[in-house]
Design a protein around this ligand. Structure first.
Ligand code: FAD
Length: 407
C-alpha cells in the first residue's frame, strides 16, 4: 500500500458498503479505509435470505460478499457490531455508540434500510418476524417446520418469496395483502393475476384487500391474527413484509438533504461535497424513470456502491442506471428492467398462463420497460432495446416467432 494519508470511512457494511470498500482498493486508493457495520457479519448479499438460505438449501456464509480474511488482505479496517451514533460534519468525524470517534476526509453512507414494522397491537410479540438480516433468516428458517401455519402479512416481493419458500418447507401459508392485488405498486394487473394463480396453485391462501387489525398470543400457543374484516387466522408464525424504512437518521440529524432517504446526485454526492451515499438509503434522480427514487435492488447496491467509491476518489462518475430487479417464486424467475409506467402502452409476448412471457411497456414506438417470467434471454434483448431507445413495431414484440435479437 502507498502512504496516502487520507481516510475514507464507510458507514454500513452491507452490499453497497462492501462494494465501496473493495472498489477503493481496486482503484488504487492507498489511504485508510474504515468499514463500520452494526451487524456481526461481514458484508453480504440479501437476496438468498428469502430464497436458498431461508429454504435451508444454502449456508448463510454463502451469501458473504467479502470475508474477514479478504477484508484484512485489502487492509480494510472492518469494525463489526459497531454502530455509528452521530455524524459531526463540522469536525469531519463520526462518533460510535461507545463514544469513540473516527475522523474522515471522505465519508460514504451505505446504511441501507430496515423492515417496516406493522403498526397494530401485538406486532412485537414473539413469533412475529421480519426479514432483513442473516440473523432474521436463521430465526425464521428454524420456525418454518413442515405443517407449521404461517401468516405472511404483505403480498409484495419479500412476502411472496417467503410464502413460496415456506411452502417448499412444507408449511401451511396464508398471505394477507391490504391492496387489491399483489405487488400493486410495481407490476401490471395481469402479472398480479399470474402471481396470484401461481401461489394459489401451490396451496397458498391469498387474501387481497384485507387489513390486519391486531395480533395476539393464544393461551395454548401460537398467534391469532385479527383481520380488519373480522376474520381471525390462527398461526404458529407471522411474517411481516410490508416494505422498508431507509436508515437516513444519521444524515438527517447532521443536516444533509433527505427526502425519504439521503438525496444524492449522479456523482452519488450528498448535499455535503465530502459525503456520498449509495444503496437502499440513497435517493437519486433516475433518468429512465423520470423522477427521484430509491432503488431497492441488488444491482443498485453493487453499482452505486462502486460509483460512490470512485466519486469519493475524485473520478468522473455519472450514475443513472437502467433499474433491474429480479424475484424467484416457486418455479418462476421474474425480472423487471426499467420502471413500468402505468400510462405507457403494454404489449404482451407469450402467454402468462404458460409461465414464460414478457410485458413490454412502450412510449410511442420505444420500449421503456420490460418485465417477464422465465424469459431471461428475451429480457436481455429487451434491455438492449430500452437502452438503445430503438423504435420497434408492436406486432414484432408480440410475436414470439420474431427474434428479439433481430430487432
Ligand atoms: C430478504 C431480501 C431479499 C431480497 N431479494 C432481492 C432480489 O431477489 N433481487 C434484488 O434485486 N434485490 C433483492 N433484495 C434487495 C437487496 O438485497 C438490497 O437492495 C441490498 O441489500 C441493499 O444493500 P445496501 O448495502 O444498500 O443495504 P444493506 O444491505 O441493508 O446494508 C446496510 C448495512 O448498514 C448497517 N447500518 C445501518 N445503520 C448503521 C449505523 N448507524 N452504523 C453502522 N451500521 C449501520 C445495517 O445494519 C446493514 O448491515 C432483497 C432484500 C432482502 C432483505
Amino acid at each position: 500500500m502507498s502512504t496516502d494519508p487520507r481516510t475514507i470511512v464507510i458507514v454500513g457494511a452491507g452490499q453497497a458498503g462492501g462494494w465501496a470498500a473493495r472498489t477503493l482498493r481496486s482503484e488504487g486508493f492507498g489511504g485508510r479505509v474504515v468499514l463500520i457495520g452494526d451487524e456481526a457479519h461481514p458484508p453480504y448479499e440479501r437476496p438468498p435470505l428469502s430464497k436458498a438460505v431461508l429454504a435451508g438449501e444454502a449456508a448463510p456464509e454463502s451469501a458473504h460478499l467479502l470475508d474477514a480474511a479478504t477484508l484484512a488482505t485489502l487492509s480494510v479496517e472492518w469494525l463489526a457490531s459497531a454502530r455509528v451514533a452521530r455524524l459531526d460534519r463540522a469536525a469531519r468525524q463520526i462518533e460510535l455508540a461507545d463514544g469513540s470517534t473516527i475522523a474522515y476526509d471522505k465519508l460514504i453512507l451505505c446504511t441501507g434500510g430496515r423492515a417496516r414494522m406493522l403498526d397494530v397491537p401485538g406486532a412485537d410479540l414473539p413469533g412475529v418476524h421480519t426479514l432483513r438480516t442473516i440473523d432474521d433468516a436463521q430465526r425464521l428458517g428454524s420456525a418454518l417446520r413442515p405443517g407449521a401455519r404461517v401468516a405472511v402479512v404483505g403480498g409484495g416481493w419479500i412476502g411472496l418469496e417467503v410464502a413460496a419458500t415456506a411452502r417448499k418447507r412444507g408449511a401451511e401459508v396464508t398471505v394477507i395483502e391490504a391492496m387489491r392485488r399483489l405487488c400493486e405498486r410495481s407490476i401490471p394487473a395481469a402479472l398480479s393475476e399470474h402471481l396470484l394463480a401461481l401461489h394459489a396453485a401451490r396451496g397458498t391462501e391469498v387474501l387481497l384487500d384485507t387489513g390486519v387489525a391486531g395480533i395476539s398470543a393464544i393461551a395454548s400457543g401460537g398467534l391469532r391474527v385479527a383481520l380488519a374484516n373480522g376474520r381471525e387466522i390462527d398461526c404458529d408464525v407471522a411474517v411481516v413484509g410490508i416494505g422498508l424504512v431507509p436508515n437516513d437518521e444519521l444524515a438527517r440529524a447532521a443536516g444533509l438533504a433527505c427526502e425519504g432517504g439521503v438525496l444524492v446526485d449522479a456523482q452519488c454526492r450528498t448535499s455535503d461535497p465530502d459525503i456520498f451515499a449509495a444503496g437502499d438509503v440513497a435517493v437519486a434522480r433516475n433518468g429512465w424513470a423520470g423522477r427521484s427514487m430509491r432503488l431497492e435492488s441488488w444491482q443498485n447496491a453493487q453499482e452505486q456502491g462502486i460509483a460512490a467509491a470512485k466519486s469519493a476518489l475524485g473520478h468522473a462518475v455519472h450514475y443513472d442506471p437502467l433499474p433491474w430487479f429480479w424475484s424467484d417464486q416457486h418455479d418462476t424467475n421474474l425480472q423487471i428492467y426499467g420502471v413500468p409506467q402505468p400510462s405507457h402502452q403494454v404489449v404482451v409476448r407469450g402467454d402468462p398462463a404458460s409461465g414464460s412471457f414478457v410485458f413490454f411497456y412502450l412510449d410511442g414506438q420505444c420500449v421503456t420497460a420490460a418485465l417477464g417470467g422465465n424469459a431471461a434471454r428475451d429480457l436481455r434483448f429487451a434491455r438492449r432495446l430500452i437502452e438503445q431507445r430503438k423504435p420497434v413495431r408492436r406486432q414484432d414484440l408480440a410475436d414470439p416467432a420474431v427474434s428479439l435479437a433481430r430487432l
